[in-house]
Design a protein around this ligand. Structure first.
Ligand SMILES: Nc1ncnc2c1ncn2[C@@H]1O[C@H](COP(=O)(O)OP(=O)(O)O)[C@@H](O)[C@H]1O
Ligand SMILES: [Mg+2]
Length: 348
């Protein structure tokens, strides 16, 4: 019998995107080839951040009943690198679980931002997906934009605000950027804390809303046109799925729209020329490499009516539900969800 690789799948986490992580992780787990891989599920409690070895079905994860109804045992990363895994306690004493790699399926803070990746790296557990540095850089909208600029890629004109700030001065500076503009926490996800500001009187309340999520806030010029995405998979050799397009009927791609698509629509492939799609893919690859990504990530950009490409952000752990954009772009390129999961696991 051939040796099965043992993969620790992480889900949950202390993040506003805890719920989304449960949906993504349940879908990924359901598509892992159990003939080839053995799995260990590590759930991170949404409030306490506690690590729990969960033995149960993906359905209970999806319904957020894993904590109450599944068998859960507290586990800790084993800082002894010869273990490459976790420790837990039984009546007889301390036990260890060794794994070949870890696959974090967490979104936002305390999971997608490099913190978990750093702990895993320190414990000598190979991480599937982006590592500490690229995760942290991609989570930081200001630093990621600076790196994109160094590669000669356009980004929205912007201004970063920290406390204490002078509201009147900020209004003058916002005037230079022009309305409408976007106010965002520097580190955000699922559009939490983001406001599209159309007039000056909405500016300061929007800035305060964003400060509830982060200690740095960015004011960004609105890029006209539409948002496009690229699903990138690989580390040395990259595979890029079909480019997708977000069609908005009004407002922006906020939390409700992202998960209900009430007034917006996702087109895969995007309704653009083959040439433009290739240019977007090349740009995505440059950004992926410049930000040190590995394994997989979704690169989001804007395409203006003049055909100019602007970098928006890289999601190092994009949504992974069966109707999410990343698997959708791969599907349009002929890669099924199960094949995608297999490819991702192989990058380890
Ligand atoms: N500069 C911008 N110009 C136009 N639309 C923007 C801009 N920044 C953000 N948006 C809109 O807001 C949404 C969320 O912003 P984004 O920076 O992608 O944050 P998140 O990390 O929460 O997804 C985008 O999908 C887009 O619809
Ligand atoms: Mg986004």
């Amino acid at each position: 019998m051939k040796d099965k690789k043992k993969i620790a799948v992480f889900f949950g986490g202390c993040s506003t995107e805890y719920e989304v992580s449960l949906q993504s992780a349940a879908a990924v787990i359901a598509h892992i080839d159990t003939e080839k891989y053995e799995t260990v599920f590590i759930g991170l409690d949404g409030k306490t951040g506690e690590w729990l070895w969960y033995r149960g079905t993906p359905e209970l994860i999806e319904k957020d009943r894993w904590r109450r109804e599944g068998a859960c045992v507290p586990v800790y990363p084993a800082m002894d690198r010869s273990v490459s895994g976790f420790v837990y306690w039984e009546a007889q004493g301390m036990k260890t679980i060794s794994v070949d790699a870890a696959l974090p399926i967490l979104h936002g803070k305390n999971g997608e931002d490099g913190t978990l990746q750093g702990v895993l790296e320190l414990a000598g557990i190979p991480v599937i997906g982006c590592g500490l540095l690229s995760s942290a850089l991609c989570m930081d909208k200001e630093l990621a934009h600076r790196i994109a600029q160094m590669e000669g890629i356009r980004t929205a004109e912007s201004l970063t605000v920290q406390k204490p700030y002078d509201g009147e001065k900020l209004k003058l500076e916002a005037q230079k950027i022009g309305y409408p503009l976007f106010v965002k926490p520097v580190k955000s996800g699922s559009s939490f804390g983001i406001t599209k500001v159309s007039a000056q009187e909405q500016l300061l309340p929007a800035v305060e809303t964003a400060f509830a999520h982060d200690d740095r806030v960015v004011l960004e010029q609105e890029i006209r046109g539409f948002e496009v995405g690229c699903a990138v998979c690989g580390t040395e050799e990259l595979f890029i799925g079909a480019v997708d397009e977000i069609e908005l009927s009004d407002g922006f791609f906020d939390y409700t729209e992202k998960y209900t698509l009430k007034t917006s629509k996702i087109h895969v492939p995007a309704r653009i020329s083959g040439e433009k799609a290739e240019e977007i893919k090349r740009t995505a690859a440059v950004l992926y490499r410049a930000l040190g990504c590995s394994g997989f990530a979704r690169v989001d950009m804007f395409l203006t009516p003049d055909g100019e490409i602007y970098f928006n952000e890289i999601n190092t752990i994009p949504g992974f539900t069966t109707h999410s954009r990343y698997p959708g772009m791969m599907k349009a390129a002929g890669i099924s969800f199960a094949e995608l999961v297999e490819r991702i696991l192989e990058t380890a």
